[in-house]
Design a protein around this ligand. Structure first.
Ligand SMILES: *Cc1c(COP(=O)(O)O)cnc(C)c1O
Ligand code: SF4
Length: 384
């Protein structure tokens, strides 16, 4: 087995916090998973906690706490504003419920015909195959579900698979959770095999944050399983600080295995709500062959006010990106509409008006251009 490249940063962190552990253990995803930071008390062993962080919760947390040692090695132990730290370490603001916040912000339960399946769009389903994640994001859309406490619905997901088998209009299955790549290789193999055996399912993808937070998980055996079933992957990335040599190595292996890679990012106040930071992230992703797919406004889960940006701020950021960089580096900005509306793309206004047979358009620099539109009755004969 080829280990990810040894990196001075990871080595120094390992020697400081896990002096008895050798590099092979550190590079073993099971070791990383087992040694995740799971409590505020444990967190204090790694980071100098602020009063706000140390006392964020006295009882049960809204979202569970888990940070892999690898990901902890990327976080500044002294800086509470560190972007990766803010995305995983709870603060007191999570205890405040603001207007419009709901435990199931997308109304997924109402579109769920059987446990663990959301059938919102006519031709595709969201299949929640695990409640487990390698790390837990404080802003998780499925905060109501995620945690190390078993599985969604029945563990075999039999009902969900039968539903997909019985609905021939389903041509696209998105495996999510939780994180499907926390499943053991054999379970993933079986599950993908069952889905691939359904004739009308022509497109399968996996939504996962594992390559960003536990790149050691991309083992030769997992690559074999993925190569066999050929899903596309939607990788959750948040900030350019995640783009380490270990992550480049993991994404390189996935791309070399022939798996198309896209990314999903949530726009988060004080973490990545900056055109320069996002451009750096999107450029970095293209370099490792990941195509930015969606940029989401943060869903209004309970206690998310401090993470959410205004729609105008999001549009303003997109205006500083589109046109200034490679089109492939620009994701679609979307709002997943509350109460089951689905993903709605939002764009800065580009059509300003009409003038005769022409449409007036605004380009990325704010200049106006006119496009002669072809409409019934406005054609003329020429060259006769
Ligand atoms: C996001 C999502 C999908 C997939 O949507 P795409 O726009 O095709 O990426 C499917 N079902 C549900 C419920 C979703 O939330
Ligand atoms: S990895 Fe995805 S499912 Fe898991 S906590 Fe983060 S956002 Fe939620």
């Amino acid at each position: 087995m080829t280990a990810p490249p040894a990196v001075a940063r990871a080595n120094a962190f390992r020697r400081l916090h896990f002096p008895g552990i050798n590099e092979a253990d550190w590079s073993d995803w099971r070791w990383q998973f087992k040694n995740r930071i799971r409590s505020l008390a444990n967190l204090a062993d790694f980071f100098t906690l602020t009063e706000d962080e140390a006392n964020a919760f006295t009882g049960k947390m809204n979202v569970p706490l888990a940070i892999t040692p690898y990901y902890a090695s990327l976080i500044n132990a002294e800086n509470p504003q560190d972007p990766l730290r803010r995305s995983l370490v709870p603060v007191k603001a999570e205890n405040f419920l603001s207007a419009g916040e709901q435990a199931d912000p997308l109304g997924e339960e109402a579109s769920s015909p059987v446990p663990g399946l959301v059938h919102r769009y006519p031709d595709r389903v969201l299949f929640l195959v695990s409640e487990l994640c390698a790390v837990y994001c404080r802003y998780c859309t499925r905060s109501r579900l995620v945690g190390d406490h078993g599985t969604v619905g029945d563990p075999s997901r039999e009902q969900a698979i039968e539903y997909i088998e019985q609905h021939s209009e389903i041509r696209d299955v998105l495996l999510s959770g939780g994180d499907p790549l926390t499943l053991p290789d054999d379970r993933l193999d079986q599950l993908l095999g069952r889905i691939r055996a359904i004739d009308h399912v022509e497109f399968v993808r996996i939504g996962t944050k594992v390559p960003a937070v536990l790149p050691q998980r991309i083992t030769p055996r997992l690559l074999e399983v993925l190569k066999k079933h050929k899903p596309w992957l939607s990788l959750h990335f948040t900030h350019p600080n995640e783009l380490t040599p270990e992550v480049a190595d993991a994404c390189g292996k996935l791309a070399d295995a022939g798996l198309p890679l896209g990314s999903q990012t949530v726009l988060l106040r004080g973490i990545n709500d900056d055109a320069q930071v996002l451009t750096q992230l999107f450029h970095g992703l293209l370099k490792i062959r990941v195509r930015p797919y969606y940029l989401y406004l943060c869903d209004p889960i309970p206690g998310s006010h401090h993470f959410r940006t205004s729609v105008d701020a999001a549009l303003g950021i997109m205006q500083k990106i589109r046109g200034y960089t490679t089109g492939y580096a620009v994701p679609t900005l979307v709002i997943d509409a509350p109460n089951g509306g689905g993903k709605i793309p939002i764009y800065p206004e580009s059509i300003i008006g009409r003038q005769g047979d022409s449409v007036l358009l605004r380009n990325f620099e704010g200049k106006t251009f006119s496009y002669p539109e072809s409409r019934a009755g406005n054609g003329h004969r020429f060259n006769v």
